[in-house]
Design a protein around this ligand. Structure first.
Ligand code: ATP
Length: 322
């Protein structure tokens, strides 16, 4: 982790605003171990940051206020299911950074969402990471990337990766990260469902299926080595063969239509398709950029998803824009 300051006060625009963006993620490997005493599962996961970004704009104000716009917006209201008060992760990020830096939590925050909520793409985590970076610059807290990473881990399991970006191996709850070398670009199509899935519900279903003996108990985790080797050197067929997600079976059990959506992706030309994180987004791996564009058109025509997005990764984590 670098010791340089993350943003610095030099990035404030003429109108007093600071803008940061952070990417969505796909888990190309998600191994879920047994339930721990603290209620979390021990994970072994490989994150890939992909080119679908939420943007957070902050400016000085008195006290905290928040506006949420964009993806999922119904009739101009905030995106369905995304709170615009202290329950929002960006609000908690602002309060945490202010406490850490010993400054007043004075800011107006605007979140522009392109990452759908409750989709297994870590949208809330991306927003929190972008908020830390933007407010560090606005408030001139001069936090290091290491400081921000420690705050990120307090906010949620996926927030440290949203800050780091690229490709990383995550252990613990997913918050302990080791960057992974990935020499090439990977093209994907994200198939986005009409309705989200709650992450705790999907973990609960996994526990129930394991308790009933319908799934292995998770004590023996699959190795991350095949997926790491594939990421290092390609080809697409190697990564396709190495993709795995222990949350896919419970997500499909809760959303049986996901089975058809996964099949549609491979029938229409994806090298492989898997559920992203806790779902219900389907991540379909394409041969290259042209292949992803073709697959996106085919999948949009097939009607298995509310929306499709061609994306690529790895991309950097939360960064100032402009
Ligand atoms: P993950 O992949 O990290 O498990 P997810 O992508 O499935 O998460 P999120 O989009 O991060 O899910 O949101 C999960 C829930 O968190 C939402 O249903 C919402 O109630 C709450 N939430 C809080 N802050 C935000 C935010 N900024 N954006 C989206 N959801 C938020």
């Amino acid at each position: 982790m670098s010791n340089t300051t993350a943003g610095g006060p030099g990035r404030i625009a003429g109108d007093g605003s600071v803008v940061a963006r952070a990417p969505a993620k796909v888990n190309v490997h998600l191994g879920v171990g047994p339930l721990r005493d603290d209620g979390f599962h021990e994970l072994q996961t490989v994150f890939l940051a992909v080119s679908l970004f939420d943007t957070v704009t902050v400016r000085r104000s008195t006290g905290l206020s928040l506006e949420v716009r964009g993806e999922g917006t119904a009739d101009g209201a905030g995106p369905a299911g995304v709170p615009s008060d202290s329950r929002n992760l960006v609000w908690q990020a602002a309060e945490l950074l202010a406490r850490h830096a010993g400054v007043a939590a004075d800011a107006h925050l605007v979140v522009d969402k392109s990452i759908p909520a409750a989709a297994g793409l870590a949208g809330g985590s991306a927003d929190a990471a972008a908020t830390l970076v933007a407010l560090d610059a606005l408030w001139g807290t001069r936090a290091t990337r290491g400081d921000l990473a420690a705050l990120a881990a307090q906010l949620g399991s996926d927030v440290p990766f949203s800050l780091l970006g690229g490709v990383a191996l995550g252990t613990g709850r997913g918050e302990r990260l080791s960057p992974v070398l990935a020499r090439r670009r990977w093209d994907w199509v994200l198939g986005i469902a009409g309705e989200g899935l709650s992450t705790p519900t999907v973990y609960g279903e996994l526990d129930a299926l394991r308790a009933a003996g319908e799934l292995p108990d998770g004590a023996v985790a699959a190795s991350t080595e095949p997926v790491l080797a594939a990421l290092r050197s390609g080809p697409v067929s190697a990564l396709a063969a190495a993709l795995s997600n222990d949350l896919q079976a419970p997500a499909v059990r809760l959303r049986p239509e996901l089975r058809r959506a996964l099949r549609a992706a491979t029938e229409l030309g994806a090298a492989a398709a898997l559920v992203s994180g806790s779902g219900p987004t389907v991540a379909a791996l394409a041969e290259d950029e042209d292949g992803a564009a073709r697959l996106a058109t085919e999948l949009a025509g097939a009607g298995a998803f509310r929306a499709v997005r061609a994306v690529h990764g790895p991309v950097p984590g939360a960064r100032l824009v402009g």
